[in-house]
Each structure stands twice: as C-alpha cells, then as structure tokens.
Design a protein around this ligand. Structure first.
Ligand code: GLU
Ligand code: ZN
Length: 250
C-alpha cells in the first residue's frame, strides 16, 4: 500500500498538519507501506516555495521519513504540484476530446473558492448548468473576449463509500448542479483535479486527511470513475479514505 501527506504550503506548519501527517504516517508504517509527501502548491497566489521548504524542514526535524517526495525524489518527481501542470493540462485535453468537460463563461466571483481545498466555513457553490449546452458558435464568439473555466459534465449518480473514521457515506451528485470546475478562467488548476491526478500517478491507495475535506470526496470519486472509463484503465484504483477529526481549540 501507499499513503501520503499532501499539505498546502500557505503558512508555517501547525499542529493540525502534524496531526494528519502523524496519522497517515503511522497507518502507512503499520502496513509496511510506502509513504509519499507531496506539496500542494497549485494555488500559486497563496502558496510560497519558502513555506514549502520550511514545512519540509519541520517534518524532517520531527523525524518523519518519506520514501518519495521533495528532497528524496522518486518515479514521479517532481512532487511540487506547481511543477506538474503539463500533466494536468494533458489530461484535460483528453477529457475535452471526449466532451466530458465544457467551457464556462460565468462570472468570476462565482468561481472564487475552487482552487483551494474548501476548509471549514467556506461555502461550496453549486452551479446551475448555464454553460453546459452552449452552441459551438457561441463558444467561439465568447472565447474572443474571455478565457473560460472548464467544468466536468457530471451525470447524476449516487456514490457510496465507507470512511475509516466517518463510517458509511452516501453522496448524491446531480448533473449540472454539481458540474464542478477543473480549471479556473485564470488558468489555475482546481484542487479536486490536481489531488486526484496526483494520487493516481503516485499510486496512492490510502488517503488520510482532515474531515473538512470529506465533502469534496464525492467529487473526487466521480473523477476517478470518469478517468477509469475514459482511459479504460484498470490501473486506476480508488484509494480507501479516512477523514480524521480536526484538532480544534476549546
Ligand atoms: N492540500 C490539501 C490541504 O492542505 C489536502 C489535500 C488532501 O489531503 O487531499 O488542505
Ligand atoms: Zn457557466
């Protein structure tokens, strides 16, 4: 098996990071698995290389040892998401050629919160399917004045999985309302896209993270399924999920 710790270097390390790193690390080592560290610095406005390096210094100081990741390398090097954008772009091109994604020209304020993982208190916006059925002619016309975001065309479906801490989960995705953004209009790749593509590329079989990300999991499983059918790849294996309670104050 393979576990991972995938922090976003938007600040110095905090106890919540250490908590999740420790849980994923202990679980991986107990199973004699491989441990991957990946820097989720895809949100280039909020992430800083220096903070990423400081985070790695602190993980080393705490005694974590990773088998793949920054400073140690590995088959997927680089392990900094900001340097893996060609890969994300290639996958989006494949999805576009199968008409599984579509351009959305809607106002930026609606798209505001998608590039980073939505943590507690952040609103997750639903869409209204507005751009899903635009005619090619209109798309060409709009393209002249605006760079669109790219949305996944979701087919309504139900997703069930069992979470290590949260138990049985049932999620319903509704086509159009849940068509979510994979790349923003400003070119930034969405957290949901990068996290799934990297977990696939790095062969991650166990995802342990904070329970504030539980609600993104349905979207991510949907993307796994889409990639499994569109690339007809049996190698794309869904990981097991564990969403651990966050450390909070009194
Ligand atoms: N990079 C994300 C965060 O720091 C975590 C991603 C994940 O573990 O799936 O919130
Ligand atoms: Zn739209």
């Amino acid at each position: 098996m393979k576990g991972r710790f995938a922090p976003s270097p938007t600040g110095y390390i905090h106890l919540g990071n250490v908590w999740i790193a420790l849980l994923s690390y202990v679980s991986t080592r107990q199973q004699k698995g491989q441990y991957v560290v990946r820097m989720e610095d895809i949100d280039i406005q909020r992430s800083k290389r220096d903070l990423g390096e400081a985070l790695l210094d602190d993980l080393e100081w705490l005694g974590f040892e990773w088998d793949e990741g920054p400073r140690v390398g590995g088959p997927e090097a680089t392990y900094w998401q900001s340097e893996r954008q060609t890969y994300y772009g290639d996958v989006l091109e494949n999805l576009a050629s199968e008409k599984l994604i579509y351009p959305c020209f809607c106002n930026r304020t609606r798209l505001h919160s998608i590039a980073s993982a939505p943590h507690v208190g952040e609103v997750v916006h639903r869409y209204d399917g507005h751009c899903r059925h635009l005619e090619d002619k209109l798309i060409k016309e709009f393209m002249m004045s605006k760079e669109p975001s790219l949305r996944l065309a979701v087919n309504s479906c139900d997703i069930d999985f069992v979470d290590r801490w949260q138990g049985f989960q049932h999620i319903h995705l509704e086509g159009e309302l849940d068509d979510y953004v994979l790349r923003r209009g400003d070119g930034m790749y969405a957290y949901n896209l990068a996290v799934v593509l990297d977990d696939i590329a790095m062969g991650i079989t166990e995802v342990i993270r904070g329970d504030d990300l539980l609600e993104t999991t349905g979207q991510q499983i949907y993307l796994y399924r889409t990639l499994q059918t569109s690339f007809k790849s049996k190698n794309i294996q869904l990981p097991s999920y564990g969403h651990a309670p966050l450390l909070i104050d009194s």
